[in-house]
Design a protein around this ligand. Structure first.
Ligand code: C2E
Ligand code: MG
Ligand code: MG
Ligand code: MG
Length: 287
């Protein structure tokens, strides 16, 4: 009986794995056609400057408008794209799409907005990345300081020399560099000395309970002070409540991003919200 149960469990397990594997393969096949079919889209999430109360930048977050599965989040396909190597081409699309958007925004009410894009460590491996960024900025005639690149601490663990070289070249172009999800990686703080960092993004996991938990509050304050003493600006991600926003203001955090201010939205929705002024202070205009 035990044997039978064991076998059933085993079968159940492998069937589950096979399902997942089939779905993964299917998704990967679809992914190979997604670029040609123009199925990717950038959503934009505002980043609020706490000193001026203005939205000064937006983070570009990729979505996949899948022909059958609907709008897919990057967590559902970026890891897959990294495994298959398609991430390089997707990343190139993101860079070009962000520069095109900056080009379209050059003369309107959005002319001061910067765009932050996410690059994974694998994308940094690509030797022609810097050329691609330079060409995209040139072809859209965009001021390089309008583009910001968000990288996670993984890039400070492997290929350090190569990554430092890539980041230095990007910085020389005039592109800003941000460390994403700061505080949850496994790297040392030494990279803050060795790499040309402009901005630290405090990971959402510290912000969620920052007004309830003493330890999160201490860590958040320490990161803000550390950054400021190094001449680096700080942004908090995952801000969902007024109390969190007030805490960040009180402790001189430079910027805030999160659902309280806005979810990631298509460019058109962002333009409308900015035109109505409903994003300027993180509060509806007439409250
Ligand atoms: P990330 O760069 O750390 O982006 C922040 C994620 O948190 C986004 O999820 C955003 O929608 C979500 N978020 C923002 N504010 C809040 C909040 O107040 N509460 C909560 N609970 N969540 C919030 P999203 O868009 O699903 O992106 C997930 C991750 O996928 C990103 O994490 C980034 O690592 C990656 N990603 C997104 N776009 C790209 C891309 O173009 N290229 C690459 N390589 N990775 C990307
Ligand atoms: Mg990011
Ligand atoms: Mg992040
Ligand atoms: Mg993240």
């Amino acid at each position: 009986r035990a044997k039978e149960q064991g076998r059933n469990t085993y079968q159940f397990y492998t069937e589950g794995m096979q399902d997942r594997e089939v779905m993964r393969l299917e998704l990967d096949k679809d992914l190979s056609k997604a670029l040609a079919n123009d199925e990717f889209v950038l959503f934009f999430q505002p980043q609020l400057d706490l000193e001026s109360g203005d939205v000064t930048s937006v983070e570009a977050l990729i979505r996949w408008q899948h022909p059958r599965r609907g709008l897919l989040s990057p967590v559902e396909f970026i890891p897959l794209a990294e495994e298959s190597g398609r991430i390089t081409d997707i990343g190139r699309w993101v860079i070009l799409a962000a520069c095109r958007q900056l080009g379209r925004w050059k003369n309107g009410q959005c002319r001061n907005l910067r765009i932050a894009i996410n690059l994974s460590g694998l994308e940094l491996n690509d030797d022609s990345l810097v050329d691609h960024v330079r060409n995209a900025l040139r072809s859209e005639q965009v001021d390089p300081s309008k583009l910001e690149v968000e990288l996670t601490e993984e890039i400070f663990i492997q290929n350090i020399e190569h990554n430092l070289n890539q980041l230095s070249k990007l910085r020389q172009l005039g592109v800003q560099l941000a460390i994403d999800d700061f505080g949850v990686g496994y790297s040392s703080l030494g990279y803050l000395r060795d790499f040309p960092v402009d901005l630290l993004k405090i990971d959402r996991s510290f912000i969620t309970d920052v007004t309830e938990r003493h330890d999160d509050a201490v860590i958040t304050r320490a990161v803000i002070n550390l950054a400021h003493n190094l001449g680096i600006r700080v942004i908090a991600e995952g801000v969902e409540t007024e109390e969190q926003l007030q805490f960040l203001r009180d402790h001189r955090c430079n910027m805030a991003q999160g659902y309280l201010i806005s979810r990631p939205v298509p460019a058109r929705d962002l333009e409308k919200a900015l035109a109505k002024g409903i994003l300027s202070t993180g509060l509806p205009a007439d409250l």
